[in-house]
Ligand binder design. Sequence first.
Ligand SMILES: [Zn+2]
Length: 388
Amino acid sequence: MQAVKAVKQNYRPTEEILSLLEDFRCMVNDCVRIGLKENLTSMKSLSMKAYHQLSAYDAPTYYRLTAISRAAGILRNYRKELKRNRSARVPYVTRLSLTDCYGFRVIHRLVRLPVRKGEYVFIVLNDHTLRTMSGRTPRSLTLTANGLSICLSKETAEIEPVGAIGIDRNLDNVTTADSDGSILRHDLGRATEVKARSRETKRHFKRNDVRIRRVVYGKYGRIQRNRVAWLLHNVSASIVKRAKEKRFGIVMENIEGIRRLYRKGNGQGTTYRARLNSWSFYELQRQIEYKARWEGVPVSYVAARGTSVNCSICGSRTTKYPNGRRTLHCPRCDISIDRDVNAARNILAKGGVRFTPDGPPEVCTEAMKGNETTTPILRVDGGKVTPG
Ligand SMILES: [Zn+2]
């Protein structure tokens, strides 16, 4: 299995690099224009039409292919957007960003990029980039006006899991249930807080000036994204690390279902929905998935249905305690169980891990291979589950 990962760093562009970036931007826009005129979106048909026209630029021919490929992607997105919105804006690239797969070389601490035939520019790589790159094959390089990102790949062998970790996301935490019985809660209250504060600031912004509003919104958006990203990276890294150490697979809820669960009109109110969506479970899943793939840890998804209300021991419907305690009561087993722990255990169970009375949990490794089991296999003895 091929696993990919990107490493990013900042750099100061020279005049030469800026002019190469500008050329690349124009090349992409030329291809987009050609594609729109001739109604082309495939890489192949676009190459046939555009490749020779791009010879007007004196940038090396490597860049023609990546410019065409970038344009093909933009055209595909535009076509998709048109289906939803008839008046979608005609795409035009304004941001400086270049991708290269064929021309660059990494030489010691430097990355060498061709700018014209036989002429090169060099960018110094920092220690972090070099450390991350060691022993990996650099696949492609993306350059913007101030950042450099190198995409790396390696061949990984997927581990044969001996257990699994079920992950449940909540308003302010992520709860994990391991098939060896351990429960962990990662606090994400700060991510929710950061976002709530930004929402407040935006709401109180009264001046009716589009330009100033854009600046203010942009600033809060940036601060918020950076803080939340940092928190999510820590959580995803620690979950994947634990999975690798225990040789466990990872089971998560299918995100498609989640958004639908919290859609408008189910009585939860906009603030609740905003808060729940705010720290971006999708981003956490994305991080867990690529980090897991990089380490050879298998990931599978299960339907979210019933995971939060059904008892993780017998599968029957639980009742809530009044006055909003985060505890559920199962009338059949006559036990109280923490809501988040219950949900995480249900996800784990749907992923094919069952608890057996008193013995160690059995694992059906078949179900870990990505296909989801729709009927929960729940055979946990009351003694194995302690209320959280
Ligand atoms: Zn029960």
